[in-house]
Design a protein around this ligand. Structure first.
Ligand code: ATP
Length: 198
């Protein structure tokens, strides 16, 4: 097994890259997807969040109101720290377990995690792929495809590591300023030359 980190700013194209790598044969561990599972109603993380912020973060169907949570934590660094203190230890344990499940294989595990650039990594990541996009294009895609307001997109980008900090960690850089076809071509090439198990 080899564990390769995949990171990039919000809306940079990480999910698009990881799903392509999954099609090519990588085992993808998507940290956001794991967080969503941990935040399903009845899971300990969900319960701890409702204890902290009350019913205003629960939708009428009983599930987490993600927009309400984002509204709380992305305008107040203390609240963001409180959220991380609830989610991060459980997330870390779960990600480690999913990686450990591949340890006897020859697989390439891709750990898709925006926060790789912010956190020290306890996951045995030996190389990092950065999906790179200029901040102005990030804003443009978040507004165009994700229904963000320009202001929200800029705030979320400002709360993350800078483009330069991320690039400084990169062993492999994927430039996502072009078309989806160009993105796929780079991913296929990286897989064939660097990532596919030999
Ligand atoms: P998040 O940080 O929110 O998880 P992400 O980094 O995983 O986002 P994606 O979801 O892969 O980013 O991409 C963001 C949006 O931009 C998606 O709607 C995706 O289809 C689109 N997109 C990604 N790459 C390109 C591209 N090269 N051209 C046009 N649209 C793209």
């Amino acid at each position: 097994m080899r564990v390769v980190g995949l990171t990039g700013g919000i809306g940079s194209g990480k999910s698009t890259v990881s799903s392509r790598l999954g099609e090519l044969g990588a085992v993808v561990v998507d940290a956001d997807a794991v967080v969503r599972e941990l935040q399903e109603p009845g899971m300990p993380v969900f319960d701890a969040m409702v204890d902290k912020w009350g019913s205003s973060i629960v939708q009428s169907d009983g599930r987490l109101d993600r927009a309400a949570v984002a509204g709380i934590v992305f305008s107040d660094p203390d609240e963001l720290r409180a959220l991380e203190a609830i989610v991060h230890p459980v997330l870390q344990t779960e990600i480690k377990a999913r990686i450990a499940a591949q340890s006897d294989t020859e697989k390439t595990v891709i750990l898709d995690m925006a926060l790789l650039a912010e956190k020290n990594n306890p996951y045995g990541v030996t190389e990092i792929i950065v999906v790179d996009l200029a901040p102005a294009e990030q804003v443009d895609r978040l507004v165009r495809y994700r229904n963000f307001s320009t202001d929200d997109a800029e705030k979320r980008i400002a709360a993350q590591a800078t483009r330069e900090d991320r690039l400084a960690l990169a062993d492999f850089v994927i430039d996502n300023s072009g078309t989806l076809a160009q993105l796929h071509e780079q991913v296929d090439d990286l897989w064939a030359t660097e990532l596919a198990p030999r």
